[in-house]
Design a protein around this ligand. Structure first.
Ligand code: FES
Length: 113
């Protein structure tokens, strides 16, 4: 089940936010982009940026439901969980789950919806 993302409080201290690396996330095929903080998931950064026209679907927000799945066209991400709900084939095809993916570089993503 997909729904419009809800704003959630970010449990990160101001010191962490000011010192964390920042990366640019571009949405393939559009002019949309936002800044992603290394200490936040891509979904949290996208929602915090509040970019008109950019909506990342979400539901569980814990890497289980796959509602947020998109494709990593360029760049690197990391997960802090062992099981992001992706098959080996999907990982090979560079599909990612932004609700649990943290940026490690500037990134280009492709939305699947
Ligand atoms: S919102 Fe469920 S896997 Fe990302």
């Amino acid at each position: 089940m997909k729904h419009t993302p809800m704003r959630t409080p970010i449990a990160t201290s101001p010191n962490t936010l000011s010192s964390t690396p920042r990366f640019t996330v571009r949405v393939d095929g559009t002019d949309l982009h936002f800044t992603a903080l290394a200490c936040l998931t891509l979904l949290q950064s996208a929602e915090g940026a509040d970019i008109a026209g950019l909506t990342l679907e979400s539901s569980c927000r814990n890497g289980t439901c796959r509602a947020c799945m998109c494709q990593l066209v360029d760049g690197q991400i990391a997960y802090r969980i062992d099981w992001p709900g992706l098959s080996p084939d999907e990982k090979r095809d560079r599909l990612i789950l932004p609700c649990v993916a943290y940026p490690m570089s500037d990134i280009v993503i492709r939305l699947l919806v």
